[in-house]
Design a protein. Sequence first.
Length: 77
Amino acid sequence: MRDNGTGIAPEARDKLFQPFFTTKPTGEGTGLGLSISWDIITQQHGGMITVDSEVGAFTEFTICLPQRPPGAAGRVA
């Protein structure tokens, strides 16, 4: 999904998925949302999340999840 917001500065992009990193003022954000998202997507599902951004133009996150064999999804042991 791509937005048309202010974009993310290159120096902040390297830290986006680190726990407790936030660009908000102190007390206005925990900095856990993208860290938790990264953990769920990469560690729990074996996927990938990437970010592309241009300051003053857009930010775009791409999420890729592996395809499971047919019948594997939703199977209860």
